[in-house]
Design a protein around this ligand. Structure first.
Ligand SMILES: [Zn+2]
Length: 101
């Protein structure tokens, strides 16, 4: 996203700053001063307002998806495969060690 110098002057945040911390903003995990700066930036930047709305929409959609859990049998199989993979990695047998361990 392109940074706009006017937002930096008014809010102290760039568009990049905002996109980096949009999830924290939506989860209300920002310090109050940063939250105020976000509000100022959003009031003057249509691009970031759209971005934050899109992130909020995706986040809401994901929260509303049904929670799926594996059956007890599949859970056991997954745990066994994970344990076997872990043992292979620890013993140096796993060739994907650099990628997965
Ligand atoms: Zn912006």
């Amino acid at each position: 996203m392109k940074d706009h110098s006017s937002q930096r002057i008014h809010s102290g945040l760039t568009c990049g700053d905002l996109t980096d911390r949009a999830s924290e903003y939506l989860d209300d995990r920002l310090p109050i001063l940063t939250k105020v700066r976000f509000g100022l930036h959003l009031a003057s930047c249509a691009h970031c307002r759209t971005y934050v709305k899109q992130i909020d929409l995706v986040s809401s959609a994901l929260r509303n998806l049904p929670k799926l859990y594996p059956s007890p049998v599949n859970r056991l199989r997954l745990c066994q495969q994970f344990a076997a993979h872990h043992v292979a990695c620890v013993s140096g047998i796993c060739h994907a060690r650099r990628l997965h361990c």
